[in-house]
Design a binder for this molecule. Structure first.
Ligand code: MSP
Length: 653
């Protein structure tokens, strides 16, 4: 028996940093559609998605929530899997970077690169953007912020391992030039060469020591492996690379396509291929960088509070409409604006009007004119030839668009045929034919041709929609009949039984009242957003003031003190230099209260002091401790004093 051709497709593995929004579902829906299409075409498909669970970002969120990172990711990953189930995402493996086989294989990969001399130890000094989990040099920053997301970056200086990325620069440039299909669409290739490869690659910092939530370096466990090296490896560890059973790896690698969002193309088309070159492994055949789903011209983001919760849309319109809209509305590769109007408009015009109407009027007419079963005797009409030729043309164009992952083009072509079929009904006018007994064979022929077109259309819709094609097969009573529902069967027009029997059902896509719906949808989306924002705000508060234990608190030694003397600090409008008596000791403590208290006002006051704060130098003076103040909403400071007479040096608990 001839072996099936393989097709291996991946999505990025998602950060379980919060609930995923409709933008996140875009890539997974596209990859899933492609996987379903290839399965229908007879390929042996492997489709992998998953969760990118390590790194500083996740560690911080978990700490802020007072749970362990593993507890946190378990909780969020559950939600991601539920979302994929409700979108009918049929992956072959959901890989988690905390999976034991992945962890073991990543350690091996790191060891291998180290033994080969492609990883060496040094020190990293530069900037880090935690939300992007990316390193930047000073000159890459834009106004001191992350060049990718615009958020604050942190200075990092620590011992690190480095990957010799620079060594692979020339080989990468050559590879990309020799393989024009490697980075798609072509604009992304130009971008990679001009912005990253030509200016020169620097070696990449691939380990961190300042946090611990990651895969430890086997031979130096105080280092955890850089989260991108960990994450990118999933594409091969998920196939068993580096394990005892690498049969899947042998079968499916190299990947046919890594589908990724445009902002992470550089990780996939520079760092990942260089890692593979260093491991002496073949490169993926293609990295496809799709555009973003944008909202009012900007990227959807939780911090902006403009995200659209896919669950709201699925609940209101069903999974078929959501999947269809995502892939029809936006030309894959480009950014596309998401609007509620466009979504409802598509549902009404393409789904309710064109497709839904075609099915319900056809089944309705067979039911009404022939009591649900066509007679065997059919006659042709002058319009048949054109319908059939548009159909066969359409199939070729659809397949060629799908093979290039031009989903929107494929759907446009299919819809041209749906509209052509509707037009065929208008041309042949069954409601006139039914008036004459001698036209009955013609009427049967017309309705047969329409039903046959619907059969072909629904087979082709299967990669996009999990429910409607099945519902149509049911109405045509061909559900489960492989011979006439297979992909290959679309190439023959006329496979339905002549005496076709149909079963009426409820409309596939009821029409929506745009005006009323817009109000309700907006309210629904807003409600989900505000839940999210409230959640975010609570989280930010927690991140700023993470929960501490009683032992943490015990480390802070608070005592009462008495202000013996106070004077302004030279050159500072804010600082007072105070001499504080704490029990038998006196010390100097600087305090930023000059705008709120004069030295005279503060002398003699009993205050609360952080006694064991490490000394700090400010304006040339050393401050040993801190005087506590409360800050009002308008920024006014007020000293914390005692309401009873206390001596200095008493513990504050
Ligand atoms: N964890 C990394 C990927 C590691 S892959 C080895 C990551 N995760 S992510 O959760 O931040 O993003 C996952 C994918 O979602 C990315 O491809 C990103 O481009 C995509 N999207 C996030 N917002 C999006 C839109 N608004 N529109 C389309 N895709 C978007 O990056």
């Amino acid at each position: 028996m001839e072996e099936k051709k393989t097709f291996y497709i991946t999505t990025p593995i998602y950060y379980p940093s919060d609930k995923l929004h409709i933008g996140h579902t875009y890539c997974t829906v596209a990859a899933d559609t492609m996987a379903k299409y290839k399965r229908l075409r007879g390929f042996d498909v492997r489709f992998m998605t998953g969760a990118d669970e390590h790194g500083q970002k996740i560690e911080r969120i978990a700490t802020a929530q007072g749970i362990t990172p593993k507890e946190y990711v378990d909780k969020v990953v559950d939600g991601i899997k539920k979302l994929w189930a409700s979108l009918d995402i049929t992956y072959d493996r959901f890989i988690r970077t905390t999976d034991a086989d992945h962890v073991a294989a990543v350690k091996k990969i790191f060891n291998k690169l180290y033994e080969k001399g492609d990883i060496y130890k040094s020190e990293y000094e530069g900037w880090y953007c935690t939300p992007c989990e990316s390193f930047y040099t000073e000159h890459q920053l834009v106004d001191g912020k992350c060049p990718d997301c615009g958020r604050d970056v942190e200075k990092v200086k620590e011992e690190s391992y480095f990957f010799r990325l620079s060594k692979y620069q020339d080989r990468l440039i050559k590879y990309i030039k020799d393989h024009p299909e490697f980075i798609q669409p072509p604009t992304r290739q130009t971008e990679m060469i001009a912005n990253f490869l030509k200016p020169g690659l620097e070696d990449l910092c691939v380990s961190r020591t300042s946090f611990s939530w990651g895969i430890p370096v086997d031979f130096d466990p105080k280092h955890v492996i850089y989260v991108w090296v960990d994450a990118l490896s999933n594409y091969i560890t998920g196939l068993g690379y580096g394990s005892d059973d690498d049969s899947l790896f042998k079968k499916y690698w190299p990947a046919d396509v890594h589908l990724v969002g445009k902002e992470i193309v550089r990780f996939h088309s520079i760092i990942w291929p260089a890692m593979l070159m260093a491991l002496d492994l073949p490169l993926p055949k293609q990295v496809f960088g799709h555009g973003w789903l944008i909202i009012n011209g900007g990227k959807m983001s939780k911090s902006k509070g403009n995200v659209v919760d896919p669950n709201v849309l699925i609940r209101r319109y069903g999974v078929d409409a959501v999947r269809y809209f995502l892939l029809r509305e936006i030309a894959f590769g480009q950014d596309g604006n998401f609007t509620n109007e466009a979504l409802i408009q598509r549902i009404n015009s393409d789904l309710a009007n064109d497709l839904g109407n075609l099915v319900s009027r056809t089944v309705g007419m067979i039911d009404k004119y022939f009591k649900g079963t066509l007679p065997e005797k059919h006659m042709d009409t002058e319009f048949d030839a054109d319908l059939k030729s548009v159909c066969s043309d359409m199939i070729g164009k659809f397949e060629s668009s799908m093979d290039k992952m031009m989903f929107s083009d494929a759907l446009t072509v299919l819809w041209t045929f749906i509209r052509r079929t509707n037009k065929y009904i208008d041309e042949t006018q069954p409601w006139i034919l039914v008036r004459n007994e001698e036209d009955m064979p013609k009427l049967a022929g017309v309705l047969y041709n329409v039903a046959e077109s619907i059969r072909i259309i629904s087979i082709m819709l299967q990669p996009f929609m999990p429910n409607s094609p099945k519902a149509i097969f049911k109405q045509l009573c061909i559900e489960g009949n492989k011979n006439i529902t297979s992909w290959e069967s679309i190439r023959t027009f006329g496979l339905l039984p002549k005496a076709l029997h149909v079963e009426r059902a409820t409309p596939l896509f009821p029409r929506i009242d745009m005006k009323k719906e817009l109000v309700e949808l907006e309210a629904d989306i807003k409600a989900a957003q505000s839940q999210n924002l409230a959640y975010k705000a609570a989280q930010a508060e927690k991140e700023e003031h993470p929960e501490i234990t009683i032992d943490d608190f015990a480390k802070v030694h608070l005592v009462t003190g008495e202000v013996l003397a106070s004077e302004p600090v030279k050159g500072s409008k804010k600082l007072l230099k105070n001499t504080i008596k704490i029990g038998n000791e006196t010390r100097t403590i600087l305090s930023g209260i000059a705008k709120h208290y004069s030295p005279e006002e503060i002398i003699g006051k009993k205050v609360v002091v952080v006694e064991n704060l490490a000394p700090r130098k400010m304006m040339g003076e050393t401050s040993c401790g801190m005087i506590l103040c409360a800050e009002n909403e308008d920024g006014k400071l007020s000293l914390i004093t005692n309401d009873k007479e206390f001596g200095s040096g008493c513990d504050v608990k």
